[in-house]
Design a protein around this ligand. Structure first.
Ligand code: OFO
Length: 183
């Protein structure tokens, strides 16, 4: 009896996205490590926490594939890429990476719509909302660095920005506590 409720195409798209969320977690991890090394501990902490969120997204895809009777395929995670050149560059890279991820999410929404897989379509709506929030978060970072002087931000401005981000609330949860309802 076939208990797999995902088409081959959607199973592959969901597995690819699961890997991409892991890739995003690695990107934030590498940026956080870079920021910490440069002495921006507040920014680093913010990015470390965000890396956890991305890992939770990975778990959410993994759990959904299993729930639908599909096969989870765990693969190698691509390298995160080069270090940023500055805090300004870092925040621009965060924004680009979130926009790219939104495009990927929209493609899966589109695919599930084409296949009339309403369960997957419904599941993906959480990510549509999440990406809107994450793009807002990235835009907020760009707004902060712009106020601090952008690419020309001086040490004082960066010091204040670092302090500001150190005080942001910690809303990342542990991966083992995640579920489809509570990502
Ligand atoms: Fe996984 O939410 Fe950002 O990329």
């Amino acid at each position: 009896m076939n208990t797999n409720r995902l088409s081959d195409t959607l199973a592959k798209a969901l597995n690819d996205q699961m890997t991409n969320e892991a890739h995003n977690a690695q990107i934030y991890l590498s940026y956080a490590s870079w920021a910490s090394d440069k002495g921006y501990d507040g920014i680093a902490n913010f990015l470390f926490r965000h890396s956890n969120e991305e890992r939770n997204h990975m778990m959410k895809f993994l759990e959904y594939i299993l729930k639908r009777g599909g096969k989870v395929v765990v693969t190698a995670i691509p390298e995160p890429g080069p270090d940023p050149a500055s805090i300004n560059d870092l925040f621009e890279k965060v924004f680009s990476s979130e926009v790219e991820n939104t495009t990927r999410i929209y493609n899966i929404v589109d695919l599930s719509h084409q296949e009339k897989d309403w369960a997957t379509f419904n599941f993906m709506q959480w990510f549509v909302k999440e990406q809107t929030e994450e793009e807002t978060m990235a835009l907020d970072l760009l707004g902060k660095i712009k106020k601090a002087g952008g690419a020309e931000a001086n040490d004082d401005a960066l010091y204040n920005l670092d302090k500001d981000l150190a005080g942001t609330p910690d809303d990342a949860v542990l991966a083992q506590d995640t579920s489809v309802e509570n990502p």
